[in-house]
Design a protein around this ligand. Structure first.
Ligand code: DP6
Length: 360
């Protein structure tokens, strides 16, 4: 598939006014996307668990203008209040996707959005937020062209979401989504995320992710800046190659349910992501002392209890604690007894693997 196929030829129907609404989840990468080329093309493939509870709900109320405007016309409300400082990001997003949704300047939009997770929890809302918005615009496009198939709808929603934020393209479907060209995955592409097409062992069903909120503050370095630092990074070539190898191996793990190897790959990916940050120029550290405390506690618990608990990290200090369904009681007890103390205001979010976005 090429990106030209997402440029619509002509619309068959009209839509004067109405509202579309989607709830779209966040996701947590197992193989990390870190480094990109122009036009949000990832430097390496990535794969994530789609989450369930951490989500953004967005509604777009559209009203057709008398004639096409010169600029985008929209109001933005976050959790019920006008949110001017989010507008430039949306404006950039609209500019990037206009070629694929040529009707955007023909409407005035009221965009209302809210997150299920607490504001300023240090949880990035770009994946759930951009995917929810992309889905709303796709719902409008479907009104203009009802013959769009579900497969095309999902692929294009993911394609558009990617132009808002790379990881957002992995939030349309679930439970496992892969993004980026990968030799051993049929249908994989740099253009959008696809539902992982190969066999997945039942041990990964209902996998849990408890997110420990170690630092709820604003990140000192944005992901966009971090991605850029992979240009001319001394270890970039090896890192991008390693992501391919890790993904090959993870595919075997998914098939066979080898949790010991799963833990090794996932934790190594998380630490490699942060190692890339520490070895870029300028270098930076997003982990906090409590991030390391938690990691050490998890390792200790795993060794003593022969558990399959493991951690992964985003581009921040929070820790995602991953564990299978059959260990949920004992691990959850451990989290409450030993890990919550390292969280800011003892805050954490209980999530699990989910099935993707839902239209409301
Ligand atoms: C560390 O998707 O936030 O979470 O494309 O610039 O919006 P942009 O970056 P973003 O990067 C996320 C990187 C990551 C790893 C991952 O989710 O794969």
């Amino acid at each position: 598939m090429t990106q030209e196929e997402f440029v619509p030829k002509a619309y068959t129907n009209a839509a004067l006014e109405g509202t579309v609404k989607w709830k779209s989840p966040s996701n947590i990468a197992l193989i990390k996307y870190w480094g990109k080329k122009d036009n949000q093309i990832p430097a390496n493939p990535s794969i994530s668990f789609t989450l369930d509870a951490c989500a953004t709900t967005t509604s777009v109320t559209y009203k057709k203008l008398d004639s096409k405007a010169d600029n985008f016309s929209f109001d933005l409300f976050f959790e019920g209040k006008p949110k001017e400082d989010f507008k430039p990001k949306i404006e950039t997003f609209l500019t990037r996707i206009e070629a694929y949704l040529p009707f955007l300047k023909e409407y005035h939009f009221k965009i209302e959005t809210s997150n299920s997770f607490p504001h300023s929890s240090g949880i990035a809302s770009s994946a759930s937020g951009m995917s929810a918005l992309a889905l709303c615009f796709m719902s409008l496009e479907k009104k203009l062209n009802p013959s769009i198939t579900t497969a095309f709808f999902n692929n294009k929603a993911s394609f558009l979401a990617r132009l808002g934020s790379g990881s957002a393209c992995r939030s349309i479907e679930g439970p496992l989504v892969q993004w980026g060209n990968h030799k051993k995955t049929e249908g994989s592409t740099d253009l959008f995320g696809i539902k992982y097409p190969n066999e997945v062992h039942s041990v990964f069903k209902n996998y849990h992710d408890t997110i420990l909120l170690v630092d709820k503050g604003q990140k000192q370095v944005s992901s966009t800046v971090g991605h850029n630092l992979m240009h001319n990074h001394p270890f970039a070539k090896e890192r991008f190659a390693q992501a391919h190898t890790n993904l090959n191996e993870l595919q075997t793990v998914f098939k066979e349910g080898n949790l010991k190897r799963f833990v090794e790959i996932v934790e190594s990916e998380a630490l490699t992501l942060h190692a890339m940050m520490m070895t870029s120029m300028p270098y930076f550290i997003l982990m906090k002392p409590n991030t390391l405390q938690i990691i050490n506690k998890i390792w200790e618990f795993r060794a003593i209890n022969k558990s399959n608990i493991c951690f992964t990290l985003d581009a921040g200090a929070n820790v995602h604690v991953l564990y299978p369904e059959n260990e949920k009681q004992v691990v959850y007890q451990f989290i409450k007894d030993e890990l919550v103390a390292y969280c800011e205001n003892e805050q954490y979010l209980c999530d699990r693997i989910g099935l993707g976005a839902k239209q409301l």
